[in-house]
Design a protein around this ligand. Structure first.
Ligand code: ZN
Ligand code: ZN
Length: 244
């Protein structure tokens, strides 16, 4: 399984991350990736960038080191009605990962989190549900993964979460089997907060092999599948951008 994109990464614009977009793109090129998404935290997170960060993303070239840099945000899901903290910045970004983070949203019931995810997907900019493996935010995996299919949204396999045994267990036993059952595509992302983690997907590759996860459901492991996903969301692919 060869990955061609890392679509959830952070830069020094989020102060608990420590690499620049240039360093991240260089690391992506060295790993052989074709795409990277820059997804610093939405404004409700305590150390998120000022909203001007998002307004001015257009100054960053489409390509750095030959890697297409997609400008995005990791939006905060702020309540169980799926309210995001991105109203003022959505028009400036191409890509949104939507995630639950403390203290932007408190831990509620399984029904609360399920409803929040379903409502979040009504926002057409949301491409990925970020790190849904948290014990703090359990949800009905079948209901949510079916809605992902209906809305063409990817479930994330977030490699940074491999530091938690509980997350690995939830992924293996609960989330990934539901994705297989319901035909829900996943996206493997690093959530890198330092450039050495960009595209470092070995642990994810091992886990997916271990459970015989169907490769056709891994969106960023095939260039055609991945670019079709981008096109369906109105995002320019490498060829289209280069041809301009
Ligand atoms: Zn996150
Ligand atoms: Zn993140």
């Amino acid at each position: 399984m060869n990955f061609i994109a890392d679509m959830h990464t952070h830069t020094i614009a989020s102060t608990h991350a420590y690499s620049t977009v240039t360093e991240n793109a260089k690391a992506a090129a060295e790993r052989g990736l074709k795409y990277i998404a820059m997804t610093d935290h939405g404004v409700k997170m305590e150390d998120a960038p000022h909203y001007w960060h998002f307004c001015n993303l257009r100054v960053i070239p489409d390509f750095l080191y030959g890697v297409r840099v997609i400008k995005g945000v990791e939006a905060n899901i702020c309540d169980y009605d799926g309210t995001l903290d991105t109203d003022e910045i959505e028009r400036f970004v191409e890509w949104m990962v939507a995630s639950m983070h403390y203290p932007c949203i408190m831990s509620g019931s399984e029904d609360d989190h399920t409803r929040a995810y379903l409502k979040v997907m009504e926002n057409l900019k949301v491409a990925v549900l970020g790190h849904t493996d948290s014990e703090w935010y359990p949800y009905d995996v079948d209901t949510v993964s079916k809605e992902c299919v209906r809305r063409n949204v990817a479930m994330e396999l977030n490699v940074s979460r491999f530091r938690s045994e509980a997350s690995i267990k939830r992924l293996k036993k609960l989330i990934l089997p539901a994705c297989v059952r319901n035909g829900c595509s996943i996206m493997v992302n690093s959530d890198a907060h330092f450039h050495d983690k960009i595209g470092a997907f070995e642990k994810a590759r091992q886990l997916l092999c271990e459970i015989n996860f169907p490769s056709e459901l891994v969106l960023n492991a095939d260039i055609q599948r991945f670019e079709a996903f981008l096109k369906a969301r109105g995002i320019k692919t490498n060829g289209e951008t280069a041809a301009e």
